[in-house]
Design a protein around this ligand. Sequence first.
Ligand code: 3HC
Length: 697
Amino acid sequence: MTDVTKINDVISLERVDSVALVCIDNPPVNASAQSVRAGLVQAIDAANADDAVEVIAIYAAGRTFVAGADIREFGKPPLSPSLPDAINHIEASAKPVISAPHGTALGGGLEICMGTHARVGVKGLRVGLPEINLGLLPGAGGTQRGPRLMGMKHTLDMALTGNMVSGEDALAWGLIDRLEDGAPRDVALAGARAVLDGTLATRRTSDLPVTVDEEALAAARAMVAKKMANLDSAPMVIEAVERSTGDVKEGMVFERECFMACLKTASGRGMQHAFFAERAVAKIPEAGATPRPVEKIGVIGGGTMGSGIATAALTSGLAVRLIEISQEGLDKGVGFITKNLDGAVKRGKMSAEKRDAAMARLEPSTDMETLADVDLVIEAVFENMDVKKDIFGQLDKICKAGAVLASNTSYLNVDEIAAATSRAEDVIGLHFFSPANIMKLLEVVVAEKTAPEVVATGFALAKKMRKIAVRAGVCDGFIGNRILAYYGKTAGYLMEDGASPEQIDTALENFGFAMGPYKVGDLAGLDIGWANRKRMAATRPNEERYVRIHDKICETGAYGRKTGSGFYIYDEGDIRPNPVALKIIDEERAAKGITPGDFTDQEIVDRYMTAMISEAARVVEEGIALRPIDVDAVFLFGYGFPRFRGGPLKYADEIGATEIVKRIETYAKDDPYYWKVPAILRRMAEDGSTFADLNDK
Ligand code: 3HC
């Protein structure tokens, strides 16, 4: 016989003979919100009080088991019961409790399972301790029960990488006891019956011994020192795991203290902001529009960009027609794509069969007319408005009705490109970042007449290609490159005024950027910015301070890595400052009568970040970005911005508008043309509001 009791909105208790089935139903991902925690405690108590119940089994409804603590509760006053208390209550249950996780059991979700007396996973299960990605550490017993179930090494690996692990691995490591096929409720019920008939053993995880694994601890310490120095929570993971050999209760108190401390660190706040940024960008005005179906796309241009886009599209299962003017260019493009896919196979990211299937979906052609049947075209030729207009004029005649016509331009006016067609509503900017088969960001540039379903198609395409799409308005450089063009000048001014490219790079790398701006410039190719500056030369105002160093370096034929030298010399893995570049810097300083000054690393970071924030504020003010968090996402996923800082405008909130305005006003004393206080920042300084307030609107 069965009867179901609703404990509260999210937890129900069903009795099937002598089994109590506890169901968690808190969509979308069953996060362990207060109602879940309180409901679990009540359900365990009710089942224990029911004489007819012999075994309790916890499972979840919906697409996944508990995906972790409710991140939205972080930073708010703690609500009772805490997750560790709820889990301890489950573990202390007099009657055996098992769990039957399906989908993903992550963070607090996995910790709930660890607290039950046996675990039967549903096939397809993936488990993980992703707290580190939020700047945290497991905070509900994961560092104490993890080593007792699967040893220190696997616990450290999971908690420090945040990577998900398959149910099969979890089974092999002892983290779960069984892996079964079936619906979660059925697996939970069968597991409970196995406990009843003695075929599934139960025990309290806290009672199990821990073996010290010095080798794993040492390896973790070395990894954290090398790669995770900026994350406060990383060394705490190791210390907490190390303490798991002692008293469980004490270990859990220590773990919880670390967890609560991490919630308050800037790195924790930054990482959590980055998590939400990744998701917030999908909330666009066109979200309700139906995307047009896209199965076959055209890519015009077989250069680095075009072939990168084609690679990403092929990898995601799309068919691609690659167009180049000459056979030679086409062969080169196909060569790039082959190399990219082979690289993915070599790195273990793709099977050889998948690569062969992807290559079979590639149709190279020198004939634009073959684009007649594609659902979407991405033009990725060089940045020249006349060339682009000519191509879009041709596409207008060739492409079928309803095809989306996209430009991968990184700066140019998409309205003007759209005007070269008779169907501006189908035209959009899809700005990929190089290397397009690797970089996560896609700026979806919405022109004046772009139809909502075309915008929705851009976002759907990004999702299919596993990219993060950010909606941008039309302006020179859209969100990212516009801001880059602005703060890049600050770096130039700092260099001309006395800081070396190496000092600037090092200061910013210590701040957290993967690479300083001069190393990035060398990697991307200095000639790209040079071409853009030449394009803009005619419109450059007289008042503007113009740094000629980059142009002069380009004039020597040094374009960066691809030519073996730029700001640095690249010599078989060895990188050192390029004396030619340093000589040009000296000459330019002399020509302008500048006596080089000394800058501290902090001064460099402050000026650079203040410039970035100023232009980012203007981009928000003008509505080019929908919200501040969209700018943050662009920098996190396209410009190597340190994730633990959350993004430039999250960082701005950490500093505060008053301080930023003060800095701009100080810098403006030397260069009032460049340094101006954006109105939005002035207002924030006055009324005490933040960029976060704008995200919430
Ligand atoms: N808390 C609150 N909301 C959450 C959440 C969580 N832990 N995890 C996901 N969500 C929300 C998302 O913000 C999103 O909301 P939206 O629709 O309003 O934007 C919605 O759930 C769906 O999420 P996704 O779009 O990411 O859905 P996917 O199906 O692509 O992915 C997932 C599902 C793999 C579970 C993914 O959401 C994920 O990785 N979530 C984070 C898991 C995590 O970090 N857990 C650890 C939390 S910290 C913790 O547990 C501390 C503990 O040790 C004490």
